[in-house]
Design a protein around this ligand. Structure first.
Ligand SMILES: Cc1cc2nc3c(=O)[nH]c(=O)nc-3n(C[C@H](O)[C@H](O)[C@H](O)COP(=O)(O)OP(=O)(O)OC[C@H]3O[C@@H](n4cnc5c(N)ncnc54)[C@H](O)[C@@H]3O)c2cc1C
Length: 439
């Protein structure tokens, strides 16, 4: 019998998008012994999507979904809320990679469509706003990316509008951006509200346990998941724990956690909103990989995220967050000098799973154990698609989506500790090379 032991804690804090939502009563923790055909570990977008598909494919089976923290406290409830249909690939457009671009975009598209169906069919109130995003450049390095990105948009026939400096200023109320594009497809959303909505509308044959970290997995005739006050014995296990998969013995030295942070202003008044263009909601992604993501949210706040670092895959402490807030502030005031008097209401951090060569993970890892994760900052749609495809694969299904997910290129190895920590810090830091005004 193989035993993998997990001694790590599953920390959380109360700085995030969940803080905008009303208090909720969380689900109980695992207690005693439970027997189930299906166990899903992790109730982020990957796990929730896997659960939904599994429940549809196996309506007579009971499914157990366990979450280490409270729902909405993982990356799925703490991201910037961009549900992308078309990924941005850095560097020159390469004709030889067209089929790869299309494969990734098909996966994104499947995730976007699954999310749209869940949100609309269940009337999930998550500020779902499907009007695409802006991709813009403020500095020389990103202006280079503009040319590459334009070739990509044209080469793949992606609906977009090219925008010059004046047009961007008019749309966003910021004169920082020199050139950019409005890509017409993609949705903005409130991530914690999405996660909560998905949890509240899970099919009846799914039981969710919160504050229930799996501490160990043991493999024999069945798979036994050990909790602090109980056990779940399962026939099949889906692991949707993102960058925390190594704690359960999977994707070790393949995925690391990069910690990102951002801040929200208070709600802006009508005059302040009028200075930000005519649209009442928009999002800007930088064409520089280390650049800021900026949103005008449905409730009228500016949300700006612009730091990423390696701090051992942990959330930032209050003290660290306070320091990062100054970095957010500088970028905010540079973009919106007319809003210099507007204070931030709060800041948050979150951890995303990244791999050395930017790939994701999908597939069967051992008998009856399936794993997906590590989406390098674009897991809202991709995690949703991977979760659904993984549930289908685990149920013995076949589909074009499964084939696309299985064709994900292999991850390169990360060095062992302590070099891992040095390499991880370097990998994350190198994203900011030449970021300049895009930060
Ligand atoms: C600040 C920030 C901004 C981002 N912005 C975007 C964006 O705009 N668009 C985009 O597409 N992506 C974005 N991302 C990335 C995106 O959030 C992730 O790729 C996605 O949420 C991954 O979903 P997941 O379900 O695989 O993982 P997670 O959301 O991390 O869920 C995994 C869950 O597993 C639980 N878990 C872990 N270990 C155990 C265990 N042993 N037992 C039980 N449960 C366990 C965790 O508590 C967690 O809730 C961003 C990420 C961050 C941090």
């Amino acid at each position: 019998m193989f035993l993998s032991k997990n001694t790590n804690k599953y920390k959380t804090d109360h700085h995030g998008w969940s803080e905008f939502l009303p208090a909720r009563v969380s689900k109980p923790s695992v207690a005693g012994d439970v027997r189930t055909p299906w166990l899903i570990i992790g109730a982020g977008l990957t796990g929730l999507s896997a659960a939904r598909t599994l429940a549809t494919l196996n309506p007579d089976d009971q499914i157990i979904l366990v979450e280490a923290r409270e729902v909405g406290q993982g990356a799925s409830g703490r991201n910037s809320g961009y549900a992308v249909k078309y990924s941005q690939f850095p560097g020159a457009f390469d004709n030889g990679l067209i089929s790869e671009y299309k494969r990734v975009n098909r996966i994104n598209q499947a995730g976007l469509s699954l999310l749209r169906t869940s949100v609309l069919d269940n009337d999930i109130k998550c500020s779902w706003h499907e009007d695409g995003f802006h991709h813009a450049a403020a500095d020389d390095m990103s202006l280079h990316e503009c040319d590459h990105y334009q070739d990509y948009l044209q080469g793949l026939d992606i609906a977009h509008t090219a925008l010059n400096h004046n047009e961007l200023s008019e749309r966003l109320g910021s004169s920082v951006y020199q050139r950019g594009f409005h890509v017409h497809d993609g949705a903005l959303l409130q991530p914690a509200a999405l996660v909560r909505g998905l949890v509240n509308t899970l099919p009846n044959n799914i039981t969710l346990y919160e504050s229930s970290p799996v501490l160990k997995l043991a493999y024999g005739k069945n798979i036994t998941a050990q909790f602090s006050s109980g056990r779940v014995v399962a026939d099949n296990v889906i692991i949707a724990t993102n960058y925390e998969a190594p704690k359960l013995g999977f994707l070790r030295r393949h995925v690391i956690g990069s910690t990102l942070s951002g801040s929200f202003t208070r709600v802006l008044n009508t005059q302040e909103l009028d200075s930000l263009g005519s649209k009442r909601q928009w999002g800007v992604l930088s064409l520089h990989g280390g650049g800021a993501t900026v949103r005008l949210t449905e409730d009228g706040r500016i949300c700006l995220r612009n730091t990423a670092e390696y701090v051992g895959a942990n959330l930032l402490s209050d003290q660290q967050l306070h320091k990062r807030q100054m970095v957010h502030r500088e970028a905010f005031e540079r973009r919106f000098p007319q809003l210099q008097h507007v204070p931030f209401e709060f800041s948050w951090s979150g951890v995303e799973g990244i791999s050395r060569n930017g790939t994701n993970f999908f597939g069967q890892q051992k008998q009856n154990v399936f794993v997906a994760g590590g989406y390098n900052g674009s897991g809202v749609t991709r995690g949703t698609a991977f979760g659904s495809a993984l549930a289908n694969l685990a149920s013995g299904g076949q589909s074009e989506l499964i084939t696309d997910c299985l064709n994900t290129k292999s991850a390169t190895w990360l060095p062992p500790r302590p070099f891992l920590d040095i390499g991880a810090a370097f990998t994350v830091k190198s994203r900011f090379k030449g970021v300049g005004l895009d930060r």
